[in-house]
Design a protein around this ligand. Structure first.
Ligand code: 1GP
Length: 252
């Protein structure tokens, strides 16, 4: 039987292992593109597929996940831009609360409306503190969320936000500079947050090269998410994957 996704994340964290998640936007990945991505992901030891987007205009969410599921056993976790982005074909759902913002709808409002539907999905639900960090320019997520991101140089605000999220019972922290961010999250912010939480830390947004992925992991990220850069150049997947998996962490 498959381990739950959360158990996988926590056991990797405890073992000091870093994970690589490739983000797939169903609007951008047609069948042929997805075929290529899956083949490459299998060859590169990708740990997770995250599926979702801020919009998801097409009706391809279910078919996209079904295609992944028929071709490989890499776990699929939903990273939804809205409560409508639920598919029972996935393994798990990042149940996001936008704790960096003060938009009540994204903190709890939409969750209340979608709760019965989400519960019925049968998905593994992973309560996730979602923190949007300023990535140097407005991104889709910062626009859609209608909430101020945390300034890129305010490591202490990020740290306190993540601490509060953990103490409120959230099981993951996902810090995101937004898709295609000009400036990814700094190592100093990652290190400060990582030093104060004991739940897995996911980092994404604007990571375009293996060095950045490596440095993020060294700073304390447990999972690195890359979307845009791989959409543009699928060959990057191999380099980024080996950079992430090459990080060895001394256990405390
Ligand atoms: C966005 O964290 C993800 O929400 C990934 O960002 O597309 O810039 O890699 P990129």
């Amino acid at each position: 039987m498959n381990k739950g996704i959360y158990q996988l994340l926590t056991s990797h964290r405890q073992a000091g292992k870093k994970s690589f998640a490739v983000l797939i936007d169903p609007d951008k990945a047609d069948e042929a593109i997805l075929d290529r991505l899956i083949e490459k992901a299998l060859a590169c030891r990708v740990d997770h597929f995250f599926v979702g987007g801020s919009l998801v205009i097409s009706n391809r969410l279910d078919s996209c996940i079904q295609q992944i599921k028929t071709q490989c056993s890499i776990p699929v976790t939903l990273f939804p831009g809205s409560p409508s982005q639920i598919s029972s074909y996935a393994d798990a759902l990042l149940y996001l609360s936008l704790i960096s913002g003060r938009n009540a709808e994204l903190l709890i409002g939409q969750h209340v409306i979608s709760a019965p539907f989400v519960k019925k999905s049968g998905l593994e639900i992973i309560p996730t503190g979602y923190m949007v960090i300023d990535g140097g320019a407005p991104t889709t997520v910062s626009y859609i969320s209608n909430a101020n991101p945390i300034p890129a140089d305010k490591d202490d605000i990020a740290m306190c936000t993540a601490m509060a999220g953990e103490m409120l019972g959230l099981k993951l922290i996902y810090m995101d500079a937004g898709s295609g961010a000009r400036k990814p999250i700094t190592e100093s912010m990652i290190a400060q947050v990582a030093s104060q939480i004991s739940i897995p830390l996911i980092i994404g947004g604007g990571i375009t090269d293996p060095e950045k992925a490596y440095l993020n992991c060294k700073a304390g990220a447990d999972v690195i998410v890359v979307g845009n850069a791989i959409e543009k150049d699928v060959s990057l997947m191999a380099e980024i994957s080996s950079a992430i998996h090459g990080v060895s962490v001394r256990l405390k």
